[in-house]
Unconditional design. Sequence first.
Length: 229
Amino acid sequence: MLLVIGCAVLLGDLTDGQEARTIVNISLNAMLLFGVFIAIFVGVGLVSKEIEKRTVFAIFAKPVSRPQFIIGKYLGLCLTLLINIVVMGLGVVAALAYVGDRELVFSIWGAIYLIFLELAIVTSVAIVFSSFSSAALSALLTFLVFLIGHLSTSLRDLGQALGSEVARIVFEIIYYVLPNLQLFSFRSEAANGLVPNAEMMLGATAYALVYVVIMLAIAAFVFQRRNFK
C-alpha cells in the first residue's frame, strides 16, 4: 500500500494542480482492492482450511459452539481489515500532508468507512461459501459476488430494457439477493472533497448490518449441520 501511495504521489506530481485528487482516487481504490483480496483469500481459508486440516475437532473439543466459531472467525477478520484500512488511511493522510493539501484530509474518512462496510459484507459472503465449499471455489464465488455487486443496478436496468419477463425476473432476483455494493461507492466523490451525508451513512450502515447478520445466520446454519467425518 505504501508503494501505491508513493506511485500516487508521483503521478500527482505529473498532473497540474490535481496532486491531492490523484492521490485520494488511486489510494482509495487500491485500499478497496487490497481489502477485497484479504477478505476473500483469508476469509475463505478461515473455515475451509480449519476443516481440511482437521483442526476444528480440537476447537470443538472445547466449550465452543459452531455458530460461535463462525462469528469469532468473522469478527477477527473484520478487526484485521479495520486496522489495515485505518493504517492505509493514515498513509493517505501523510501523502496529502506531503503535497500540502488539508481539505481532503478529513473528507476521505467517510469514504474509508464505506469501504470498511463493503469489506465487511464481502467477508460475510466468503464465510458463507467457505462453510460448505472448498477454498478455491469459495474464493471464486465470492469474487463473482463482488463483481456482480458493483453491477447489480446496471444488470437490473438491463433486464428491464431487454423486454423479456424471464430476464427481468432473473435480474431482479440478482439485484435483491446479492449485495448492492454500489451503495458504498464514494471514492470519486471523496477525491473531489465531498463528504457522504448522514442519510447515506446511516442507510449504508443499516444495509451492511442486516446483510451481514443474514449471511452469518446462513453460515452458522449450514456449518451447524455439516458432517466433518
